[in-house]
Design a binder for this molecule. Structure first.
Ligand code: 3H9
Length: 692
């Protein structure tokens, strides 16, 4: 096996370079290699200072997650960290790319840190349901103080090299990692800078020791959105130990917390989700050698809510985009919305104050479809009817250059029928973004029967480039996301007719961990559109219809399934709605029955799983993990439950099968009949995971 860590000496400076692609994860081999090189450098009398750096695209991006759950291999983290920190010769970590998790922890054991301008430094373990287990919760607060440490450890987001410099986490910004690190090491020697061991230096904790509210306030603010998650709270406790206990005792507390989380169901689910997201980027069954097309220019057609949000996603990622509308007025309206959205984010402090202007400058807004002529990728986001889509694609076929990928943002329509109006069906596919497109990470890449493999790969690669989570899906009504949500909505509606109340159903889903239930969601979207469309189609949904006839159109009307105080978005259960439901059911001759929370959860979520099984069986999704990614990023499925297919495996497929069969009979609802894949897997004692 090639050496993953090498040691070089240039006069008095020894450089240890980790070379373990793709991300220099701290596997046992890397730990062993660093330890060996450290010992050699310490023993070499010619060496006066040591630089630890990495080859390839990044510094160490963390512990090797694939080793978790397996028997521990030597050297242990302790052995190896101690050798670095106790080195009698100064050790400089020189960082480029990402120093994450165990990577930053190693850097914290070094005596000095420098980083390149674009480097990111962070302890993202909570995102894997863990806490930093390599001393990060004890050394980071000693490096930057408790407030920023809580922000980084409990929140899990990395900071930039500039922020790291301002907070004292790094000593300098350097141009290139290896040379910059070596130059800094020479400076340490020339200026005789004292070796700084963070474990022995409590100076940055003095303020918090005097006033613990600095810590508790930071924890309160960072855990506000951590509903249902275990790791952020355990991570906060570990940082608390850094303030309250001597270093060695704090370290013990940290390790206890880390080991507890490592074995937890939540962390297992979160680690599963991490790999599922990455697996979804890998397209199975494409001809060998398929390469993504070169994309330099992107155009978005339509500056409405979706088109504007998609254009913002490109600009957010620093990619310029042409935004096309059919009239000046629509363009102006669309641009106004975009600008206001960014300004509101800047006012909240979630983006820098100069970001709105910089990002607006990346949007080239024009009128007329002929402006697609230079684009390598065109994303259409116009009104969702087949006729309008076909009209636009016929025009795109006329104006777009040969080889351009033509994507539709349709959420339901047949992409192949849309392609049929062009002479280049091989270039046509779906890129289905979720609303608000500038925020939501999911992008369903819809493959038509004639879509070329390289066009597909291009869409996946572009989506990744702008920070989305792309998932390739096959062609069917509603693709994966909307097709799967539909049965849950239908069960919610049926449950109303049987006696459940909107706030009871919503509460069951939020308790499960979903961001909101279907009725709050309906109020936010507005109930009148569905009502008008039902009227057009001559379809009835008596309870929703009665609600709209009473002028209860949702949040915008101040009342819908809930009531709202003026200016507030907080839903309040309304006795009037219960009365209205009662009256409607009496009118229909139906009796209300008491419905348990368990029945609500099972009927809604097991029908989601059941539809997922149909989707897998039909080959609409390639892997159960792809479906899980759709739910994690399209609907905010709680990450600590992995995704519906992963969750189903944990609950047990036989149990789900039995319950579905029971409810199908009890409620006389054929849509609850178990899918044949579910039956097959349960009969064989297998899991969805066996299909991955
Ligand atoms: C930790 O450190 C615990 C410690 O506190 C102490 C314990 C005692 N391990 O994301 P990409 C693979 S917990 C193993 O597509 P990018 C990934 O699966 C860890 N493998 O690239 C993929 O494989 P493949 C804390 C890893 O450029 C490939 O690398 N650290 C690891 O878009 C490329 O990944 C983190 O949580 C890993 N740690 O993004 C950081 N990381 O090609 C996790 C990646 O076979 N990593 N892989 O699909 C990331 O956030 C991103 O990968 C990173 C690069 C930003 C680094």
């Amino acid at each position: 096996m090639a050496e993953v860590v090498k040691l070089e000496r240039h006069d008095v400076i020894a450089t240890i370079t980790v070379d373990y692609p793709p991300v220099n994860a701290l596997s046992a081999a890397v730990r062993g290699g660093i330890l060996r090189c450290m010992n050699l450098a310490i023993a070499d009398p010619k060496v006066k200072a040591i630089v630890l750096t990495c080859a390839g695209r990044t510094f160490i991006a963390g512990a090797d997650i694939t080793e978790f759950g397996k028997p521990p291999q030597s050297p242990t983290w302790d052995e190896f960290m101690v050798v670095i920190e106790d080195s009698p010769k100064p050790v400089v970590a020189s960082i480029h790319g990402n120093a994450l998790g165990g990577g930053l922890e190693v850097a914290l054991a070094c005596h000095f840190r420098v980083a390149t301008e674009l480097a990111k430094l962070g302890l993202p373990e909570v995102k894997l349901g863990l806490l930093p287990g390599g001393g990060g919760t004890q050394r980071l607060p000693r490096a930057v103080g408790s407030e920023l440490a809580v922000k980084m450890i409990v929140g899990g987001d990395p900071i930039t090299a500039r922020e790291a410099l301002n907070s004292g986490l790094i000593a300098e910004i350097v141009e290139t990692a290896a040379a910059g690190g070596q130059a800094f090491a020479r400076k340490v020697l020339a200026e005789r800078l004292p070796i700084r061991k963070l474990r022995d230096d409590d100076s940055k904790l003095a303020a918090t020791k005097a006033d613990r509210s600095i810590f508790t306030n930071a924890v309160a603010s960072m855990t506000r959105r951590a509903r249902g998650l275990e790791a952020p709270f355990a991570a906060a406790d570990a940082v608390g130990a850094a303030i309250d206990l001597p270093f060695e005792e704090g370290l013990k507390k940290e390790l206890e917390g880390f080991n507890k989380l490592l074995g937890s169901d939540q962390s297992k689910a979160q680690r599963y989700a991490f790999f599922a997201e990455r697996a979804a980027n890998k397209l199975a069954g494409l001809p060998e050698g398929t390469k993504a097309r070169q994309i330099e220019r992107v155009a978005v057609v339509g500056a409405g809510t979706m088109g504007g949000g998609i254009a913002m996603s490109f600009a957010n990622a620093g990619v310029s985009v042409t935004l096309i509308e059919s009239t000046e007025e629509q363009l102006k309206r669309g641009l106004g919305t975009i600008q206001r959205t960014w300004e509101a984010s800047a006012a909240r402090g979630s983006i820098p104050a100069d970001a709105p202007a910089k990002r607006m400058a990346l949007i080239n807004a024009v009128v007329g479809l002929s402006n697609v002529k230079d684009a390598d990728l065109v994303i259409e986001a116009v009104f969702e009817t087949m006729a309008v889509k076909k009209e636009v694609f016929a025009q795109l076929d006329k104006y777009a250059k040969q080889g351009a990928v033509l994507a539709s943002n349709t959420s339901y329509l047949d992409i192949d029928e849309i392609a049929s109006v062009t002479d280049r069906a091989q270039d046509v596919l779906g890129m289905h973004f979720f609303s608000p497109a500038n925020v939501m990470k999911l992008c369903e890449i819809v493959r038509g029967p004639r879509t070329a493999p390289d066009a597909l790969m291009t869409a996946v690669s572009v989506a990744r480039q702008i920070g989305k989570a792309p998932v390739v899906v096959g062609l069917c009504h509603g693709f994966v996301a909307n097709r799967m949500y539909d049965p849950a909505f239908k069960q919610a509606d049926k449950l109303l007719f049987e006696g459940a109340l909107p706030h009871q159903i919503d509460a069951v889903l939020t308790k499960f961990g979903m961001p909101m239930g279907p009725f709050v969601m309906g109020d936010m979207a507005g109930l009148d559109i569905g009502w008008l469309s039902r009227k057009d189609r001559g379809v009835k949904s008596e309870i929703s219809d009665a609600l709209c006839e009473a002028g209860r159109f949702g949040l915008k009307a101040g009342k819908g399934w809930y009531k709202y105080e003026p200016g507030s978005r907080a839903p309040i259960p309304d006795p009037d709605v219960e009365r209205l439901i009662d009256q409607t059911l009496i009118r229909l001759g139906r009796k209300r029955r008491a419905i348990s929370d368990e029945e609500i959860l099972e009927r809604m979520m097991y029908s989601v799983v059941n539809e997922g099984a149909h989707i897998l069986d039909e080959g609409i999704a390639a892997r159960p993990g792809d479906i899980d990614v759709v739910w994690l990023y399209g609907f905010g499925w709680p990450v600590y439950r992995g995704g519906p297919m992963y969750w189903a495996d944990q609950v047990g497929l036989t149990h789900i099968l039995d319950r579905l069969a029971f409810y199908a009979k009890q409620t006389n609802d054929p849509s609850l009949e178990p899918a044949s894949l579910l039956k097959r897997l349960a009969a064989q004692g297998k899991l969805f995971a066996s299909l991955a």
